[in-house]
Design a protein. Structure first.
Length: 324
């Protein structure tokens, strides 16, 4: 990204002039800002390249500049979700630069509605699997090999805990407590919890040992040996041809989690299906949004509706229950 970052630069200068405890918090704030910039970097490079090609000033962006960029993305074409993500990146960078943003201007809102009508609002979503499909896939695992033990733990913890894949790979042994009633998994940070406030999920024993997430977790951790800290889900170091892999100390990547879900549940599914399937299954079983949010950590009912996969008008329709 081009340009100075005055607000961040001032904070950085101040961090070296104040007491250690103040400097520590300023440093954390700067790290968070930098992480945000990195997450949006590709979108911002695209926007700045567009401005350079059309001799437009990117920062601060005029409404006309933003409108031209939105229309450009729509003409490519890009999905509505992608366009909104680009605008979110641009708005966030204005905040980091200490500049006023025109992203929420009324004229731009009208343009976005027009784009939505043109490109459509339907997004490709990770499909939900059924519990029966999950059980079938787990029953086919070879639990005599570390690969199978890891896959069972990953699938069952991911599903019953409604985890994002970033949360799954971020789990550490020291974040997990086994009680008589449940396995308590603490999340120091998550997508919706960047401030690091403690969030906890609980998974429970299942009547069938094969499909029990707690037993699956214990079986996998047993293969990790005497470790008491560090990543829960790790890659496997390969031995000689035909030999089973052994758990390494290298944290499993979120890309690898995605590939494992596809390998065991089917190509059409992704790691995000674990979370979507939890919400869909819970809704079908009559669970309230409040109970669901207690596990997913989502903030609004609207997000529950967005994540549920109940849009099959034949399978999920109240017209089945009219009593005719």
């Amino acid at each position: 990204m081009t340009g100075d970052l005055p607000a961040l630069a001032l904070a950085n200068d101040l961090a070296g002039q104040v007491a250690p405890n103040v400097g520590r918090y300023l440093t954390l704030g700067l790290e968070g800002a930098e992480n945000t910039r990195l997450a949006y970097s590709a979108d911002l490079r695209s926007y700045e390249a567009f401005c350079a090609a059309h001799e437009l000033t990117p920062w601060p962006a005029a409404v006309a500049t933003l409108a031209s960029y939105v229309a450009h993305l729509a003409d490519i074409p890009r999905k509505l979700a992608t366009i909104n993500r680009h605008l979110a990146a641009i708005e966030k960078n204005h905040q980091l630069l200490g500049l006023p943003s025109a992203v929420s201007a009324p004229a731009l809102d009208v343009l976005r509605k027009g784009v939505a009508r043109a490109v459509g609002k339907k997004q490709k979503q990770a499909p939900a699997f059924s519990v029966a499909h999950l059980k079938k896939s787990i029953a086919e695992l070879d639990l005599n090999r570390p690969e199978g033990v890891r896959a069972r733990a990953l699938l069952l913890i991911g599903f019953t805990g409604a985890f994002r894949r970033s949360e799954l790979v971020g789990l550490n042994l020291e974040h997990i407590e086994l009680t008589d009633a449940a396995l308590i998994l603490s999340l120091p940070k998550s997508k919706t919890n960047q401030a690091g406030e403690l969030e906890q999920k609980a998974v429970f024993y299942a009547s069938n040992p094969l499909f029990c997430p707690i037993r699956a977790y214990k079986a996998w951790v047993e293969l990790l040996g005497e470790r008491s800290e560090g990543p829960v889900f790790v890659s496997l170091a390969r031995g000689k041809t035909g030999e089973a892999g052994t758990p390494s100390r290298r944290r499993l990547s979120d890309r690898r989690v995605n590939l494992l879900v596809k390998a065991h549940l089917g190509e059409k599914y992704s790691a995000h299906s674990l979370r979507a399937s939890f919400i869909t299954t819970a809704k079908l079983n009559g669970q309230s949004n409040e109970f669901i949010k207690n596990q997913t950590k989502q903030k609004t009912d609207a997000m529950i509706s967005r994540y549920s996969r109940l849009d099959d008008i034949i399978a999920y329709n109240a017209a089945h229950s009219l009593g005719l």
